[in-house]
Design a protein around this ligand. Structure first.
Ligand SMILES: CC(C)(COP(=O)(O)OP(=O)(O)OC[C@H]1O[C@@H](n2cnc3c(N)ncnc32)[C@H](O)[C@@H]1OP(=O)(O)O)[C@@H](O)C(=O)NCCC(=O)NCCS
Length: 342
């Protein structure tokens, strides 16, 4: 029997029902991945985060009902990314983001038709406003979500992964190299390695645009900020006068989904080793140093993003105990939709 949903725009009075759906989903997500924070098992916490989302500008939301019962909801936010901002490397200029806390539905088969109905309702509005890139975050362990977004035309873009900051063993290369915290005087080296990182991601199978010239000033502002604050850190691995690799870490900054990030978390923004020094243990030595620093400075977890197609990165992170927490998936709609009309 086909279940019939009614879909309409969300109202502030719906948020309590949405919060209840979200906290139930979060409890299920958390039963499969203990890295998720416990706070959002509370319906009250979910209500607060949804109220904040509801009141943000350029946010659209809808609920799906059976009779008068809300069984699913979805929110998406319009974001504009300036071409010269460092974020332009990771996001198209006009993009809809459906955040991890921006959707939830029933824990049964009707989740698929309810999400299709909700996305259909909202996506017509988004494309009519010139938003042809749509992104969604969902729990990596949720196979139903993975399948349903795949069937809505979305493909994996990045993974948000994490682990505890417990130490890892030292490796032999530690005797040959020095790992030290970079200072402002090292900024040219930091930029050189960031550029190598962008070059790596330009190659297949990742195939991200190489926007270094456009975003350099903004990226430089961010790395200088990291160098100038005690709570963040950039570590360099050197052998004699040569810099072999780098890791950039930010403390307490929300680079990842809010409901998938514990407090006292540190974010590993970039990890890069010179191409001719990869596979010798430099990355591992840097990671050990970063984990020990993070642990000693009061962080219990470390998180990071990597491109879903990056085999080199994925093996490295998985072999060093990182678990995928969240998938970001995306869909690009054919722009001819806007003029090729019935
Ligand atoms: C990912 C990256 C930072 C890892 O640094 P690295 O120095 O190559 O890492 P290591 O050498 O410590 O480990 C890499 C592999 O070499 C192996 N290895 C380490 N020491 C070794 C040695 N002495 N001899 C042979 N193999 C060795 C490790 O087992 C490891 O295998 P695994 O990835 O399957 O676990 C690096 O490969 C890199 O810069 N990649 C391109 C950019 C990138 O992908 N960045 C991360 C995305 S966010």
């Amino acid at each position: 029997m086909t279940v019939r949903f009614t879909v309409r725009d969300v109202a502030v009075s719906d948020l309590a029902s949405c919060a209840s759906l979200l906290s139930s989903r979060h409890r299920r997500d958390r039963s499969r991945n203990s890295l998720l924070p416990s706070a959002f098992e509370s319906t009250q916490q979910c209500l607060e985060i949804l109220q904040s989302l509801f009141h943000q500008p350029a946010t659209d939301g809808a609920v799906a009902e059976i009779g008068s019962e809300i069984v699913a909801f979805m929110f998406g936010q319009q974001s504009l990314h300036a071409a010269d901002h460092w974020l332009a490397q990771y996001f198209p200029p006009r993009v809809i983001g459906i955040p991890l806390h921006g959707h939830a539905g029933p824990n049964n088969d009707s989740i698929v038709p309810s999400y299709r109905a909700l996305y259909g309702h909202l996506a017509d509005r988004w494309t009519a406003s010139g938003f042809f890139d749509h992104r969604v975050d969902f729990a990596a362990t949720d196979e139903i979500q993975r399948e349903l977004w795949f069937e809505l035309g979305f493909g994996a873009l990045t993974k948000y992964a994490g682990r505890k900051t417990t130490s890892i063993d030292s490796n032999p290369i530690h005797q040959e190299i020095t790992i030290r915290q970079a200072m402002l005087e090292d900024h040219a080296e930091v930029e050189r390695l960031e550029k190598i990182n962008s070059r790596f991601h330009h190659l297949g199978p990742v195939l991200w645009p190489f926007l270094w010239k456009d975003v350099r000033e903004s990226a430089s502002g961010l790395s200088k900020y990291a160098l100038s604050r005690d709570r963040h850190a950039i570590f360099l691995a050197t052998r004699q006068a040569e810099t072999l690799g780098m890791q950039i870490l930010f403390s307490g900054m929300a680079f990842g989904p809010q409901i998938a990030t514990r407090e006292q978390s540190v974010y590993l923004f970039h990890a890069i080793v010179e191409s001719n020094s990869r596979g010798e243990g430099v990355g591992r030595a840097l990671l050990k140093h970063a984990l020990d620093w993070a642990h000693d400075s009061g962080h219990s977890t470390m998180t990071l993003h990597y491109a879903a197609m990056n085999q080199v990165g994925e093996s490295f992170w998985e072999n060093h105990g990182f678990e995928t927490i969240v998938y970001s998936a995306g869909r690009h709609i054919d722009e001819r939709l806007s003029w090729a009309r019935p």
